[in-house]
Design a protein around this ligand. Structure first.
Ligand code: GTP
Ligand code: MG
Length: 207
């Protein structure tokens, strides 16, 4: 019998690291060379199927990385089951920003949150400023998942979301799953209704 789960995922990271591009690749398998910076946040969904026919629906909040939106972030990570914190491998300052987000999540998000650190723009490795070793070592020390991606070529993108799906606790039976909070919820139940001060509607994208 197939089982369905629904999880809330938040993307965090400095502006222009490629958060929206990663989501666009994951949800629509598309890429745009010139993307508008996100205003507020965007909401999209995508479902992945695991080998045992379990399906995991991600409710994705793609936050805006510009400093002026920073205060909105807690609204999106507060009830998140998982977070993808993105940096740009060609900008070492973006890894510093990612570390700050991780510290904030460790202090303020649900303690059970699954965090993945994601080094994007792996297609630009000729301009690399962040080594794989440095990022991986930091991720190991903090107990985070880690991977490199290219939203441009698609490399590593579905893998990172699939690894998260596999790491999430798929143990709550659908019929008795609690509502809200950071627990797994069965598909079909409505989640916490976040303030809709976003530019996007459900299943939309900011393209
Ligand atoms: N070469 C390359 N460019 C990328 C990649 N991912 C994103 N970009 C480019 O980087 C720029 C910024 O991408 P966005 O996805 O808008 O970045 P963002 O993190 O959502 O930025 P904010 O919405 O401002 O927080 C765009 O011009 C993208 O085309 C990638 O993997 N490789
Ligand atoms: Mg964006």
């Amino acid at each position: 019998m197939s089982r369905q789960f629904q999880f809330k995922l938040v993307l965090l990271g400095e502006s222009a690291v490629g958060k929206s591009s990663l989501v666009l690749r994951f949800v629509k398998d598309q890429f745009e060379d010139y993307r508008e910076s996100t205003i507020g946040a965007a909401f999209l969904t995508q479902t992945v199927t695991l080998e045992d026919q379990t399906t995991v629906k991600f409710e994705i909040w793609d936050t805006a990385g510009q400093e002026r939106y920073k205060s909105l972030a807690p609204m999106y990570y507060r009830n998140a089951n998982c977070a993808v914190v993105v940096y740009d491998i060609t900008q070492s300052a973006s890894l510093e920003k990612a570390r700050n987000w991780i510290r904030e999540l460790q202090r303020q998000a649900d303690p059970s949150i699954v965090i993945a650190l994601c080094g994007n723009k792996s297609d630009l490795s000729a301009r690399r400023q962040v080594t794989q070793e440095e990022a991986q070592k930091y991720a190991e020390e903090e107990g985070l998942m880690w991977g490199e991606t290219s939203a441009k070529t698609g490399e590593g993108v579905s893998e990172i979301f699939l690894s998260i799906a596999k790491k999430l606790p798929l143990t709550v039976p659908s019929a008795t799953a609690p509502r809200g909070g950071a627990s797994a919820r069965p598909a079909g139940q409505k989640g916490v209704d976040l303030n809709r001060s976003t530019t996007q509607s459900q299943d939309g994208c900011n393209c």
